[in-house]
Each structure stands twice: as C-alpha cells, then as structure tokens.
Ligand binder design. Sequence first.
Ligand SMILES: Nc1ncnc2c1ncn2[C@@H]1O[C@H](COP(=O)(O)OP(=O)(O)OP(=O)(O)O)[C@@H](O)[C@H]1O
Length: 479
Amino acid sequence: MWWSPRPASQQVSVTTPVPAQAFRFATPVLPTPVALIVARWLARALVLVVGLPFRFPVAFALAGLSVLGVHVFGTVTVAVVWVLVVVGLLVWWWRWPVSFRHCVGLRLLAAWRWWVYARHWQPVLVVAGLAQTYQERQYLPRIRKVTCTAWADRVRVRLVAGTTPADFESRVVELAHGFGAPSCRVMVRGPRDVVLEFPRLDTLAAPIDALEVPEAVDLGALPVGLREDGTLWRLRLHGTHVLVVGVTGSGKGSVLWSAVRAMLPALEDGTVQVWAVDPKRMELSYGRSLFARYADTGEAAVALLEDAVAEMQNRAERYAGHRRSHTPTTEDPFVVMVLDEVAFLTAYHPDRDVRRRAENAIATLTSQGRSVGFCVLAALQDPRKEVMNLRNLFPDKIALRLDEAAQVDMVLGEGARDRGANAHLIDPALPGVAFVRLEGSPMPVRVRAAYVSDADIDAMTADHTSAATVELHVVGEAA
Ligand SMILES: Nc1ncnc2c1ncn2[C@@H]1O[C@H](COP(=O)(O)OP(=O)(O)OP(=O)(O)O)[C@@H](O)[C@H]1O
C-alpha cells in the first residue's frame, strides 16, 4: 500500500473522543545564526548613529562646523573661536542668568535627561506592565521628546496603538519609583500622545511667608500661595464656592487666612464682607475685627447662616428682571462666608435641629448665592458623605493632606488620583501643600498656601478693620 498509517493512529478508534491534550503544537525552535544577530546589532547602531544628528541638531552642527573650520582655517583659528564662544557663554550666564538658563542650561539638561530616560525606559516599562506583546513581539511606547523646566522633566510619549493614557495613569507610582522621581503626573496632549511629568525637586518644600497684600483686589484670582512651577496660586471666590479639605494640622487655616489677607483692601473699603463661623474658636477668633460678622457657637452660627440666606434672597428679589450678575459695591458687598470645620454644624453638633437648619442654609447659599455675590469658603477634615453630603455643591475644592487614598477622588473628582493627585501621600511635615484642579484642565496641580502667622494677623488687624464689624453672639451655648 502506498500509504501506511502510523502505528499510534491505529489504536484510536474513529468514534472515540480525542482528548484535547493529545494535540500539542510547539513552535519550532530554530537557532538564530550568529551572523544574523550581529547584523541586527549593527543595523540598530546604524539607526542610532543616523538618528543622533536629528535628535541633537545643534551639537552636531557645531561639531561639523568645527571639523570643517579646522580643514579650511586651521586648528588655531577654530580654537580661538571656541574660546570666544565659551567666554561669550560665561558672560551671558553671568549677566543674564534667566535667559541663559532658559536657552542653554535647560536644553543641555534635557539632552542629558533624555539619555537617562532612554537608558531605563525598557526595563522600567516592562516591569511596570506597560509593554505590550502581540504575536510574540514586544511593543513599547516611544519617547518622542524630553524637555526640562526649572523643577521638572517632561517626557513626551507616543503610546502603542490600542493602549490608553489610563494605562499610564494607573502606573504613576511605578513610573515615579522606576525613574527615581518623587512623583509622576500624566497629561494627555492628543491621540496616542501623552506627557509624563517627573518633578526633579520639591519647589514647595520651604514654607511660604504671607504674600504681599495686593493693592487692587481681584476676587476672581486672589493670590494665596505658590504653584509647583513657582507661579502664583490664585484662588477664585467670586462666582463660586470653595471647599478646603484636609486632616487636622494639614494647614486649612493657612488657606482661609491667605484668602482673607488677599481681600484686605476690599474689606476696608466695604465692597467685600467676611462673615466668619469659628466653632473651634482657635482659628478665626484671632482676627475678629476683620469680619463683618462672627459666630462661634452652633446657635449663633445657624442664626448667621440664616441671616445670610435672608439677605441673599432679598438681593435676588431686587435683582430679578434687572440684572443677571453681581458687581461688588458698598451697598451690595460681596459676602464671603468663611466656615471653619463645617462638619461641626452639619454632622457633629448634638442638636439635630441645629444640624438640619445649618445644612439647609448652607445648601441654599451654595446653590443660589453664586450670582448674587455670596460665596461659601468652608474647611472640612473628613470629606465622606456621612459627614458632609453637600460637598458636590462646592464647584471648587482643595485637597490638603488626606487620610486615605479613596478620599482624593471624593474631593477632586473621579480620576484625580490616577492623574497624580496623591493628597494622601503629602508629607505631614509640609502643612499647606495641596492639590487643586485649575479651571479648564483636568490635571491636578500641586500648590502650597502661604503661611499667615499670628504676627501677620496682628499686623492685618492693626492696619485694616472691616468697614462693618457687627458681632453676633448667642451667649450660653458651648461649642
Ligand atoms: N501654609 C503653611 N506653611 C507652613 N506651615 C503651616 C502652613 N499652614 C499651617 N502650618 C503649620 O501647621 C500647623 C497646623 O496648621 P493649621 O492649624 O492651619 O491646620 P488645620 O488643618 O487648620 O488643623 P485643624 O483642623 O486641627 O485646625 C500650624 O500651626 C503651622 O505651624
């Protein structure tokens, strides 16, 4: 017979189900010739060498010109030119350090940092689980560009097709540790185009002294501290409400006081009033004369909040049909309700009626007060719903040091922690450091509030007093 079945096949009856493990397909292992491996290395080296002039065009142009110069003009001439160039650079660095740093220093640093990231790129990404495998080939996101600012490296990355920026967002801790940076943040620029930001140093490590009192008050951008990039952190109060959240000792007081300080001239001329609620009696009582109204007990606080609601509704009635926005004047000042430890009123006060009335008043102010010139600036330790179920009525939130990772998204909104807002990891030795979301960007920004010391508050009360200080005290109830 021209065809003879193999002996094993004869033992299998046609009707017997064949066990799955009977079929084993193994990829044939073929030894790769050494010549092929060497050729591949050479090809890679060639690609690197050919690509270098495109990556570092200035350095290569200078080297090329020098070689050409040596041929045409001789070595001495080229050496003299180089000495002149170096002297010129030194003079530039000495006389105009800022522009030198921007144009030369940071570019040189970026070239060096590119090499550092490129060297560690593959192992870090593979171990972090960011390398993709398809048909037994490994695909890595590619570094497109590395730029440096005074405090951070920005690595622009082209994603592997089929992956998302969320893959990077969920590995920020691995990336930060992998590249030896204190943290990592992910910014999305476009399709398959993300930027990883690795801070090189903590620009907010040193406390910031109280900022200068501004001459003109801009309620849309009050200077209250510094951002990580060294620019001013400005806080908007007009047309919004702000919730400041942080554990005890995280520096909530410095945010409240910095905001009050930035409004001082307007408090004095009467176009802004601060109504303060201070259940702890330790935070705001120090500068009472700056406040148009002040309450430090539950009953007094509720009365103050209900007065604010009445005034707000009165204003809304007057404005109805005449105007749609508020401009601060002495007749209709912008009213900032500063509520320290707001949970005392909404959750911890023993009297249920006080809790209910306080919650109603805060809900009404936050939902209706924006356009008629009322703003609630509240501080809170615990952002959970059981403690403060009104937190979503505050459009702007500030996350100081928090207790748990889960609280970050509660405060700054979904995805904030994945994008690098690790408020739960803020060092307890850095009170006033916080993460915020700035208008128009989902990226959290790290900031630090300026520290307004007792001496600063003394000076503020000595130099400035609110145009309308009326104290409201209900005697007889302990906070
Ligand atoms: N921005 C800041 N910069 C430097 N140090 C600060 C800053 N803010 C606060 N501190 C320091 O941290 C301490 C605690 O700050 P603060 O009382 O404001 O915290 P808090 O969050 O209001 O705490 P609590 O809820 O217990 O009142 C302050 O006494 C001060 O020494």
